[in-house]
Every structure is written in C-alpha cells, then in structure tokens.
Ligand binder design. Sequence first.
Ligand code: SAH
Length: 229
Amino acid sequence: MRIDILSAVPDLLKSPFAHSIMQRANDKGLLEVVVHDIRDFSTNKHKQIDDYQFGGGAGMVMQIEPIDRAYKFLKAQRDYDEFIYMTPDGKRLEQKTCNRLSLKQNLIILCGHYKGVDERVREHFVTMEISIGDYVLSGGELPAAVLVDSIGRLLPGVLGDESSALTDSFQDGLLAPPIYTRPAEYNGWGVPEVLRSGNFKKIEQWREEQAYQRTKKRRPDLLKDWDEE
Ligand code: SAH
C-alpha cells in the first residue's frame, strides 16, 4: 500500500513513521508513506500557499492552486482510491473505516492548516473527509499520522502476530478484556486464576465475558450494534 501525504509542515511527519510498527511496515515493503511539502507546488516566488479569506475574518485559507498542482503530479503517476481530507467537520474515524481503507492500494491524505482549505478543494478533489474527534487541532498532520497508523497496523504481515489486531477493541464490536503479564503477583496483587489455568476454552469464555462487561460499563452505546448482530 502507498500513502501520499500533502502537508504544509512536512517535518511534523518525520518521526511518526520512522519507528516501531510503522517502520517495520515500511522496511517490509508493506506500507510506503511519502510526505510532500505543498510549498514545493507553489508558483509564488515566496512559496506562499495561503491567502486571506474572501469576506474578511481572522485566519488564512490554504489556496487551491498548489493543492491542484500536487494532486495532478501524483495522479500522473498512479491511480488513487481516495483523496482524504483531515478535517474536524468530517466523518468521525472509527475502526470499520480503518478496516475498509486498509484494503486499498493508493491513498492521498491532505492536511489542512490555518483556517483550513478553500472549499473548492473539498468540492472538486476530496473524496473522503475524516475527523479524529470533536476538538480542533492546529493542523492535519497529527490526525493524518493517527489515520496512517490505524490503517498500517492492519496490513497483513505488519504486526508480529496476525491475530493480534483482530482481538483489539472495536474489531468485534466490543472493548478488549483486561490483560496481564509477569509477575503473577506484585505487591500482593494477583492475576485472575483462570488465565493461569492452561484451560483455553475457559480462558476464552472468561475473556468474552470480561469484554462484554467492560463494554456494558464503559461504552453501552457499542452494545446496541453488538446485540443486534
Ligand atoms: N476552521 C476549521 C478548523 C481548522 S483547524 C473548522 O472550524 O472546522 C486546521 C486544520 O487542522 C484543519 O484543516 C484540519 O486539517 C486539521 N484538523 C484540526 N482538527 C482536526 C480534527 N479533529 N480531525 C481532523 N483534522 C483536524
């Protein structure tokens, strides 16, 4: 899979993909993330990519032309499945969207800055608008990193154990059950006996029950969908 990110502050994205699981995905050739500086596509001698709002008001708006030029440059090289704009008024990111996007070949992610992008970018180029939650950040780079990480870890071969991503929260509509590791006792605090019993059927039942109870307590809204299935 290949993901091209368009950003006005590409340095912000240097580190998130250079370590740990995302680095492994890249080293194994499973996920290629290419970050482009939108300023490189500006025709302005000061490399300007933003301007004042029509109608007045505080805050600069990212201009359509450099984004159009960046998009044309990329499209000339390959077809893209989606052109995603990270924006607080987009559809809230959920696991099922990550799952769906992990099956795609080529994605573009546009990071906004300042007040955001000229509306015509959204009308004519963008095919998907994604928010990472109901709060406003200063730029789309951190949201883009969140999206890429959530997709990248789902690609077959990226996580050490294929089944690991499937047992995480939200995959089966429930939160994940509690987990423990050594030591079996710390400060007099133990580990549920069943997990050390070696009885895998019982362990499975315990985990299912715990996942259900935890979801009921913390996220009863998720159970509505789960009970209907
Ligand atoms: N004026 C906009 C906010 C702009 S914030 C509004 O009121 O809706 C600047 C940029 O940060 C946005 O263009 C977007 O790319 C990014 N951003 C901020 N918060 C975000 C969020 N919750 N999810 C995704 N992207 C976000």
